[in-house]
Design a protein around this ligand. Structure first.
Ligand SMILES: C[S@@+](CC[C@H](N)C(=O)[O-])C[C@H]1O[C@@H](n2cnc3c(N)ncnc32)[C@H](O)[C@@H]1O
Length: 255
């Protein structure tokens, strides 16, 4: 792994120029290849930019080759931690977090305007248990979190990449399931939801592929975590408008 000084970027939330960090996994499993997708840009409104300058340095970080000290970042120890990959504009993140105040929520997203929107909701509503990381969720999990350190991982409405030649970009693959399992503590929960029928089929074929994850089905009444997103998010809403069915997947990390 290469080591770069990201302290400047972390303060501004800009991803460094050049090739994004991309790990090589030598386990023969499939991992998403993001290519140029990781360079997604977007502009902030001037209000968002002001808010970003003031609050991002405390509440946000960018992908870096360093483990996150979760207790120090949240200013409390002994609390469960959930990472959400691809939080988008953070609508469900901001709706769920106040209902799980004892849990540390870390939202990971590439898209800066999405994070800015979530940051706005966090500040306006005085939500204290959300932090954000800007970067590719696969790299963030691999580089910034210790094995068996997370109580939950959420992936809500991941990009479906419907064209066959783009399927390799899908985030749910045998390798990412292995990575998710490695970052979860025994008993930790992986929750994935999609409104894309064909992606649901793709995921269904992978539910038993990772030996460290136990498929729990849906619903799982005794699930130790909040599974209700509380709101219909932008993407979920779009799916519902087209009468799409939402398929939910829950796994538990084996002891
Ligand atoms: C279809 S949107 C869903 C957003 C949100 N979860 C919702 O339900 O409204 C997928 C999001 O995942 C983000 N994303 C895609 N690949 C990612 C990756 N490897 N790491 C982090 N975020 C990613 C995209 O930028 C996009 O905002």
């Amino acid at each position: 792994m290469s080591h770069t000084d990201n302290s400047l970027n972390t303060a501004t939330g800009e991803l460094p120029a050049g090739r994004p960090l991309q790990s090589t996994f030598d386990d023969g499993l499939d991992y998403p290849r993001l290519g140029s997708v990781s360079f997604r840009r977007g502009t902030l409104t001037s209000g968002q930019a002001t808010l970003w300058e003031e609050h991002w340095p405390q509440l946000g970080r960018i992908l870096a080759d360093e483990r996150i000290d979760v207790a120090a970042w949240f200013g409390r120890s002994g609390h469960p931690t959930i990472v959400e990959i691809g939080s988008g504009t953070g609508t469900s993140t901001a709706a769920m977090a106040p209902l799980e105040p004892e849990t540390n929520i870390i939202a990971v997203e590439l898209y800066k305007p999405g994070l800015a929107k979530l940051l706005g909701a966090v500040v306006r509503n005085g939500i204290t248990n959300i932090r954000m990381v800007r970067g590719d969720g696969v790299e963030v999990l691999n580089r910034m979190f210790e094995p068996e350190s997370l109580d939950g991982i959420r992936v809500f409405f991941p990009d479906p990449w419907p064209k066959a030649r783009h399927h390799k970009r899908r985030i749910i693959q045998s390798g990412t399931l292995r990575l998710f399992a490695s970052r979860l503590r025994p008993g930790g929960v992986l929750h994935v939801a999609t409104d894309h029928a064909e992606y649901a089929e793709w995921i269904s074929e992978l539910i038993h592929v990772e030996p460290h994850l136990e498929w729990m089905g849906w619903p799982w009444d005794e699930c130790p975590q909040l599974t209700d997103r509380q709101v219909i998010t932008k993407f979920e809403g779009k799916g519902l408008d087209k009468n799409h069915v939402i398929t939910e997947f829950l796994w538990r990390k084996k002891p």
